[in-house]
Design a binder for this molecule. Sequence first.
Ligand SMILES: *Cc1c(COP(=O)(O)O)cnc(C)c1O
Length: 352
Amino acid sequence: MPEIRIDLYSDTLSLPTPEMRRFACFAPVGDEQKGEDPSVNQLQEMVAEMLGKEDAVFLPSGTMCNQISLAVHCRPGDVILLDRTAHPLIAESGGTAILAAATAYPIDGPDGMFTPEQVSALMFPPSRYRPTMRVVSIEQTTNAPGGRIWPLEQLREVCGVAHEWGLATHMDGARLFNASVASGIDVSDYAATLDSVWIDLSKGLGAPVGAVLAGSREFIEEAWQWKQRIGGAMRQAGIIAAAGIHALRHHITRLAQDHENARRLARQIAEIPGLGIDLASVETNIVRFETSGLGVSPPEFARRLEEEEGVRVSTPGPFLRAVTYLDISESDVDEAAAAMRRLARRIGAGEK
Ligand SMILES: *Cc1c(COP(=O)(O)O)cnc(C)c1O
């Protein structure tokens, strides 16, 4: 395999910076299961405070945050309402069927963002024949649909309908800080109408591991029991929690640079004959584009881009996805676009 020069596969590829490594190295640690790890405790307090929630729990991954939250909200047989592109549906190995023992109802929301009317249409009075609608889960930003930001008003309205019908509300906030930095709306405003909400430390924030789930004291107490149950409780986890503290202190406002780089990439892609992109859809750090004008499939374009140019993107659907993050510079973006232009020209000229 040729060397990958520029990797736009995902913001999960972000590496801990030297400063982050140094800070984590000397972090005070203890037994987190016993509540005695000062760094874990500090991280949990920071996130609870930022999100305006009573309490928070540090977990090894965002996937575990989703799985535990849905398991806490649901009883076996209940229904989880979420967009058809939502992470628990497409990328968590069917865990909700096992851990929450729940049924997931996919909603077809435009760009991953469904409407209050779509939720209302699924509500009905209690009935012995029907499963109980238990929780509405939303993704901020939407991942597969391209980093789109749920407008605050729409989010509030969807949560309003859910609460009216007695459903809980959950936010997969893997990229909540991206939404906040791009829109200027505080994360606590987005989180206010959610019963549970989590943020990922290992995406654009650049920490190597971990996510933090927040909610009411009671909710987090139950989440802790699940954490223990499924082996998510750790020991001297402060060594990784500290990287998260560093990320929250130093890597939030810089997300604006990732967004600027994403727009920069998108503008250049728009100029390449044969590639298709909707510039207005690029709101955060994810760029979606397509190749129908070239007559090649997205996976074929991605394969050649990697093999012939050393630029990697992903193909999570009938499109290509490029993601910017803290190790991707302005010049990386320019080089990636130049590589796409060269490949598109070769394909246009019929070169195999
Ligand atoms: C990455 C991601 C997750 C899972 O987070 P991990 O920390 O990788 O387990 C969940 N939801 C969304 C929207 C994501 O992008």
